[in-house]
Write a protein that binds this ligand. Sequence first.
Ligand SMILES: NC(=O)NC(NC(N)=O)C(=O)[O-]
Ligand SMILES: [Zn+2]
Ligand SMILES: [Zn+2]
Length: 470
Amino acid sequence: MEALSPACDTRFIFGLLLRPKPFRVEVKNGKIVSIVKEEERLWSSKLGQVIDYGDAVVMPGLIDVHAHLDDPGRTEWEGFPSGTKAAAAGGITTLVDMPLNSFPSTVSRDTLKLKIKSAENRIHVDVGFWGGLVPENAFNHSALEDLLNAGALGLKSFMCPSGIDDFPMTNISHIKEGLSILAKFRRPLLVHSEIQKDLESPLGLEEDGANDPRSYSTYLKTRPPSMEEAAIRELLTVSKDTRIGGPLVGAHLHIVHLSDSSSSLNLIKEAKRGGDSLTVETCPHYLAFSAEEIKDGDTRFKCAPPIRDAVNREKLWEAVMEGHIDMLSSDHSPTEPKLKLLEEGNFLKAWGGISSLQFVLPVTWSYGRKYGVTLEQLALWWSERPAKLAGQELKGSIAVGNYADIVVWEPEVEFNLNDEYPVYLKHPGISAYMGSKLYGRVSATFVRGNLVYKEKNHATAACGVPILAI
Ligand SMILES: NC(=O)NC(NC(N)=O)C(=O)[O-]
Ligand SMILES: [Zn+2]
Ligand SMILES: [Zn+2]
């Protein structure tokens, strides 16, 4: 049986058998050099090793375009080592780190340099970085250009308060300005699309008897679908300029973590039909859970936008299955357990963010089976489309010339996410998935041909590399 990569050695040569079709993927120098029918293989004698995973699925590694690893500056929340170990154990081979929740936020060339430095030799999968679009840099073209020239894969902004002091929200003028720079670089702008109407009293509710802060329905009232709709309506006033012949051609807008599957989704569909350069993601937690099921005080489930009712979830699945939602992402946004206020259970005061990085593949599969999700769809939503968004042409599919970023997993193997299950996240206890039973166990993960994870073990060497846009 193959051994975990003892060092990050991309000269490694091996073959992988793809089942059920008898194909062999041949890997050399970290890249896929050929995909041949087993009986037509050309250079088998030269192969160091041929690995046969039997009936397991061999798929492109997942690319998570939305994760908060909080490094540097808030490593007590997560950090690159634990976050990327969890990613590797979950079949994620590349992730793109969000510019906020680390300290400082990634909003300039210098702060991006700090990120890169912190990632070096500490990441077990490849990591790219979004830069932040904030009021301070939005009108400062040279600052934005410096950030993009330093390698940010694109920018991210918030249309409502982010909860992080050094990451203030942007308005539509900032967004328009940012897009004009991004158009030149042909890189995307990702937007947290919620607008809070009443900024004077951001919660919009009094904590009285009728609005018990331990009840999820109270939290739900503070962030209605109309907040997503209002933000998206405003965004679409500028995304139309990304159409062919428009003033922002070359720019691209990506709406992160869509929860509202009604009016907001209809607006997105219409804009796409009109030719806007626009994509949208949703996250496994919006597809797995419903508001009705969330127990009083269980703040592990608090996130923004919120998890809505079961009817909304059904419509979200329909949109994913019909192709109106382009991709999935984790929005892994952990914190220290004490900020989740698990004992007090106050939904209005607890940190918002779902902790999920290690589980997104089994969750999507387990909850998607009843809708008829196929392996090809998983690869499209979790690898191919995210690679395109992040500008990673050599990632996202098992194809000749691509990096050998591969997950091997067993869809029929069931497991309990209990206290004995090896979870590599820094704070497993805050994950909304703990206590559930899932299908789909990851057996091995390859990053650029290095076997970085195999059956509850990680390679000791951290073989991931920082990915910078060039
Ligand atoms: N500061 C955050 O990490 N916020 C995140 N929090 C969520 N989604 O609840 C997000 O992506 O908006
Ligand atoms: Zn967000
Ligand atoms: Zn996020």
